[in-house]
Design a protein around this ligand. Structure first.
Ligand code: HEC
Length: 120
């Protein structure tokens, strides 16, 4: 039937158009210039870290450096049946510890400097 074909096309176009407005669901911070290694690390992270909560919990968390992520990842890994091994945690940190792109890099350097200064 003709209408249903048009409806399908319209539906698909709406999905595509709305895609931009949806919240970010990927953990890759610099999609335009992320290395294949970081992309792969983030794919593993998205898989390993969404067993108990959504990826939104990670995206909205205010940690910008590896030093800030490390204690969180350790806490998550040590939860009962997290399914996250030590080597998984290393891959996760490769993704989450990646500095952000240009606009926030100064901010994240400042944040990691603060995190470092807390280390005794
Ligand atoms: C075994 C289940 C489980 C897995 C797997 C898990 N989490 Fe969580 N996560 C939780 C629970 C439960 C909470 C809320 C309680 C808490 O903060 O300890 C939480 C909270 C968080 C928070 C918010 C912490 C805060 O202080 O507000 C972040 C960020 C987070 N998780 C990141 C991760 C990352 C990154 C991974 C993968 C390395 C991960 N989680 C894997 C269970 C899990």
């Amino acid at each position: 039937m003709r209408t249903s074909l048009y409806q399908t096309i319209l539906f698909v176009l709406t999905l595509v158009a709305c895609g931009e407005a949806l919240p970010r669901t990927s953990l890759v911070k610099n999609p335009d210039h992320a290395s294949a290694e970081v992309r792969e690390a983030c794919a593993v992270t998205e898989l390993k870290c969404t067993r108990c909560h959504t990826v939104g919990r990670i995206i909205s968390f205010e940690a910008t450096s590896r030093a800030q992520w490390e204690p969180i990842v350790t806490r998550m890994r040590q939860m009962t049946s997290s399914g996250i091994s030590k080597s998984d945690a290393e891959v996760v940190l490769q993704c989450l510890g990646e500095p952000r792109g240009a606009p926030t890099s100064v901010q994240s350097r400042a944040a990691s400097a603060r995190a470092d200064s807390r280390v005794p």
